[in-house]
Design a protein around this ligand. Structure first.
Ligand code: NAP
Length: 247
């Protein structure tokens, strides 16, 4: 896929799926601006990996749940590269627990990072993309947003909410050449899933028809396709990349 001359902002690009997305876009020649929450060393490593592929890259510390920081992130991207063509809303967290035990703070934190963060980033780039009459927004949802999962009411609400926002904004921006789609990963081998208890991992694995975890690169390929010119006539869709889990 050719992203020459395009600028992509990838939230949560320091690790896991976000890092793989940065590399996939860099491989296609995109300028990559990635943000991270606090892991500066990992973000710097992603920048170096993008540069090793011949792309220009920049890391910005930004809490996506904070409107001022999100605005500063997008301003930095425009200052560095003149435009924003692609936004990948990937930053996300979990704070799992059964509803009866879930603290209000754990609900709020997950909604803030995953749902509010996606809202703020889309809002911050929408005007630029409309003016350009070109834009690709790809949001990371989850199989959990499609099916629900015991112990994740906060996370499921945030990821189902991302799907609702994706479809709504797709309708708002379709006539301006801006597409908005979502990818719903299944069980992917990253730090997020490494933190799961062994019993939960075994049970989840048993529910995957392909009988294996996905790799971050599996998700990155789907994200890159939706961000490419080849996906120009696709908007408001949710692509599950999950080894068949959500069928
Ligand atoms: P991960 O390995 O835990 O990485 C999370 C990334 O998000 C890191 O770069 C982190 O930055 C960043 N981040 C977290 N909170 C942030 C905030 N408030 N502002 C800015 N950046 C923030 O996660 P992952 O597994 O790659 O997941 C990536 C996305 O895919 C998430 O939206 C997740 O919900 C979704 N997803 C993952 C799976 C899976 O199986 N892994 C399945 C379905 C959906 P730092 O490095 O600085 O902490």
């Amino acid at each position: 896929m050719d992203f020459t001359g395009k600028t992509a902002v990838v939230t949560g690009g320091s690790r896991g799926i976000g890092r793989a997305v940065c590399l996939e876009l860099a491989k296609g020649g995109a300028n990559v601006v990635l943000c991270y929450a606090g892991n500066e060393a990992a973000a710097a490593e992603t920048v170096s990996a993008c540069e090793a592929l011949g792309a220009k890259a920049l890391a910005v510390k930004c809490d996506v749940a904070d409107g001022e920081q999100v605005k500063a992130l997008m301003d930095e991207a425009v200052k560095a590269f003149g435009r924003i063509d692609i936004l990948v809303n990937n930053a996300g967290i979990t704070r799992d627990g059964l509803l009866m035990m879930m603290k209000e703070a754990d609900f709020d934190a997950v909604i803030s990072a995953n749902l509010r963060g996606t809202f703020l980033c889309m809002k911050a780039v929408a005007r630029t993309m409309m003016k350009q009459r070109y834009g690709r927004i790809v949001n990371l949802s989850s199989v959990v947003g499609l099916r629900g999962n015991a112990g994740q009411v906060n996370y499921a609400a945030s990821k189902a909410g991302v799907i609702g926002m994706t479809k709504s904004l797709a309708k708002e921006l379709a006539s301006r050449g801006v597409t908005v789609n979502a990818v719903a990963p299944g069980f992917i081998d990253t730090d997020m899933t490494a933190a799961m208890p062994e019993a939960a991992k075994t049970a989840t694995l048993a529910s995957i028809p392909m009988q294996r975890l996905g790799a971050p690169e599996d998700i990155a390929k789907a994200v890159a396709f939706l961000a490419s010119d080849g996906a120009a006539y696709i908007t408001g869709q949710v692509i599950a990349v999950d080894g068949g889990m959500a069928m």
